[in-house]
Design a protein around this ligand. Structure first.
Ligand code: TYD
Length: 206
């Protein structure tokens, strides 16, 4: 039923994944592919409202509330946008997806990881990325890139972000086929070379 390709971009805030996603979009479009770009949280109308709470709430957001909001956003996003685009045969490039929840809410906020994996499964309803690019950067560099204008998640502190980074690395070890690790400490062009090689590998296989 699903004809397209689903590629997710993961990594710390400040890892440069969004820059790479946009470069991949141009690269694939120049090759004639039908590409759509999207993100979590907050791609569509419902998601934008959820995103506003998640990133800019003026009262403390309980960890479990945060978890359900990210998952609710994902369920809506997959059902109304990602799945239809894949059925139409598009390449979907998604800025953050299920692995963000495991890294941030699981490893970062200490929520039960096995439970999060089950909840993710419910949210995605069997749509799983064909490829996930994980941009790994030292936490210090990542936070320096983010700068001083931080949202609620970015303000969570270096200890939190170190746990998130280690969580991502753990996920990559568990899923080496799907998740490809990219050293994002390098220059944008070097990182893009690595990205392109992995994408071309995938395109040759399908
Ligand atoms: P965003 O501004 O989209 O950041 P970025 O450009 O780094 O992707 O903010 C999304 C924030 O939400 C980011 O700090 C990661 C966090 N997040 C989670 O904690 N769990 C999730 O499941 C998702 C999708 C994002």
């Amino acid at each position: 039923m699903k004809k397209g390709l689903f590629i997710t971009f993961e990594g710390a805030d400040g890892s440069g994944k969004t820059t790479q996603l946009n470069k991949v979009k141009t690269f694939l479009e120049n090759k004639g592919y039908d590409v759509v770009v999207t993100r979590e949280p907050g791609a569509l109308e419902t998601g934008k409202k959820i995103r506003e709470i998640l990133l800019h709430a003026s009262e403390p957001v309980a960890d479990r509330c945060e978890m359900f909001l990210f998952l609710a956003d994902r369920a809506q996003h997959v059902e109304t946008f990602i799945k239809p685009a894949l059925i139409e045969g598009k390449i979907v490039l998604c800025d953050r997806h299920t692995d963000s929840t495991i890294a941030y809410q699981g490893y970062g906020r200490n929520q039960d990881i096995e439970l999060l994996k089950s909840l993710n499964k419910i949210a995605v309803n069997e749509i799983v990325p064909d490829l996930t690019l994980l941009y790994d950067v030292s936490t210090k560099t990542a936070l320096a890139r983010v700068g001083s204008d931080k949202d609620r998640m970015e303000s969570a502190g270096i200890e939190f972000h170190t746990k998130v980074r280690n969580g991502y690395l753990e996920l990559q070890k568990e899923n080496p086929q799907r998740i490809k690790l990219i050293n994002a400490n390098n220059s944008i062009e070097t990182v893009f070379e690595d990205t392109k090689n992995i994408i071309m590998d995938l395109l040759q296989k399908v």
